[in-house]
Design a protein around this ligand. Structure first.
Ligand SMILES: Nc1ncnc2c1ncn2[C@@H]1O[C@H](COP(=O)(O)OP(=O)(O)O)[C@@H](O)[C@H]1O
Ligand SMILES: [Mg+2]
Length: 423
């Protein structure tokens, strides 16, 4: 557990830092500007920004925050944290900001009772100290009156107090609440947000949450709470950048003018995921690759990408991880029968592992449903990059044996693509 938890960075400064490289998202920014304008006119909105890791949820939220601040809105940020955060951590961050000394909410008459109620329920607010060091027992240790342990009626009263206070704050200036990575929040925090969203009509509030779009890997209670919240929300699903946007991305981040060939190979390796594009573009700017090598496999994969892919594999079962490692040494279209043979798994075991990988956005099934593919070629490359030569050789041997078993004498047409790139 880390010794300190970071305060959210200023959305404006984070966004300004990356503004020069911001590309695309015209439709999304238009919708978000519309939501901001509705909210500031008293038609409160809850927007969920969904998408895979690295697709640009945080950057787009920073864009919205910077825009809202330029209009004079009050913007508060919370970032959810997976490991060891206390219950209601996103709300603790929100109220630390809203109730800080510089806040007008604190001074407003009529808010004192609500504020002391919230302070009682969330002892970790510790507004007076403004010291984010975690005590030795952890932030979650301590008061027995914490709201996560109280009866339903008290919990309801707490939810209502939070909701009322947010509306009061929004009376002073339009309020934008951003909660980043809500899929990492505790279930109570998500339920509190659902309560607020049902209660905030006709107030000047925009709540913008970012969230992974794959919930099957989450604890069932949390996935159910997110599903319930999604019913109250407007969804914006972020997809990969288009070919034109990939070209603009390359232009802005490397100053080279990419040709069509480079653009389409980059797009097919990354599916337009900006985090992956950024990692590849850095190979160019740090001199590891020449422009015409950038779209090709065979270059070292940046460690940041290998680590990010490892993080995506982490929550999967060991069987699913094994299947993905095996799939990564197969041809681009992964033949399910070869995968079955090479893995030695029973059909139900393999199906479960594949469903897990699909649910986590790592594999997709190709349209005829008989084969699979990695969602991004770069993920397969990163999985391979995370293995030793010996591990690769063993997997390659299993695939070769499976091919021989299934195709026997007729092996020749199947060898070339499958052996890539280890023959
Ligand atoms: N529209 C965009 N234009 C340029 N760069 C982007 C864009 N969206 C995301 N990025 C960059 O890609 C990386 C991942 O974006 P981020 O917002 O952190 O993704 P997510 O929050 O979905 O995991 C960051 O370096 C970010 O600056
Ligand atoms: Mg993010």
């Amino acid at each position: 557990m880390p010794k300190t938890l970071q305060e959210p960075p200023s959305a404006l400064s984070s966004f300004q830092a990356s503004k020069r490289r911001f590309v695309g998202r015209a439709a999304e920014t238009k919708r978000l500007i519309g939501a901001l304008s509705d909210a500031s006119g008293g038609d409160a909105r809850l927007v969920m920004l969904l998408g895979e890791p690295g697709i640009g949820k945080t950057l787009l939220s920073e864009w919205v925050s910077a825009h809202a601040m330029s209009l004079g809105d009050r913007v508060v940020w919370a970032r959810c944290w997976a490991h060891g955060a206390p219950p209601y951590w996103p709300w603790i961050q929100i109220f630390r900001d809203l109730l800080s000394d510089r806040s007008s909410a604190k001074a407003s008459p009529g808010n004192e009772a609500a504020i002391s109620r919230i302070k009682r329920s969330l002892p970790e607010l510790r507004l007076e100290e403004r010291n984010l060091d975690i005590p030795s027992g952890g932030l979650a240790g301590g008061s027995s009156s914490r709201i996560s342990e109280v009866p339903e009626t008290e919990r309801f009263a707490f939810f209502e107090t939070v909701s009322d206070l947010l509306k009061q704050v929004a009376n002073i200036a339009p309020l934008v609440v951003v909660i980043d990575d809500l899929h990492l929040a505790d279930t109570d925090s998500i339920q509190l947000l659902s309560f607020v969203a049902r209660d905030f009509a006709r107030s000047r509030i925009l709540v913008l949450v970012t969230c992974r779009d794959e919930w099957s890997i989450l604890p069932p209670e949390r996935a159910a709470a997110l599903g319930e919240l999604a019913r109250e929300a407007e969804r914006i699903d972020l997809k990969g950048l288009t070919n034109d946007e990939v070209a603009e991305f390359v232009r802005k981040s490397t100053s080279i003018e990419p040709d069509q060939h480079l653009v389409s190979s980059l797009r097919s390796r990354t599916s337009g995921n900006p985090f992956f594009l950024d990692g590849l573009a850095r190979l160019l700017t740090d001199g590891t690759a020449l422009p015409d090598q950038l779209g090709k496999t065979g270059l070292p994969i940046p460690p940041t990408i290998v680590a990010a892919v490892e993080r995506r594999l982490e929550p999967l079962s060991s069987v699913a991880r094994r299947v993905l490692r095996l799939a990564s040494v197969m041809e681009e279209e992964i033949d399910a029968s070869i995968l079955a043979q090479a893995s030695g798994l029973s059909r139900p075991e393999l199906t479960e592992a594949i469903e897990e990988a699909i649910g986590n956005g790592l594999l997709i099934s190709v349209p005829d449903g008989r084969a699979l593919r990695f969602n991004q070629g770069l993920v397969a490359e990163s999985v391979r990059a995370g293995m030793t030569k010996g591990e690769l050789r063993t997997l390659h041997g299993s695939v070769a044996q499976a091919l021989e078993h299934l195709h026997g004498e007729d092996l020749e047409p199947h060898i070339a693509p499958t052996c890539f790139p280890f023959c």
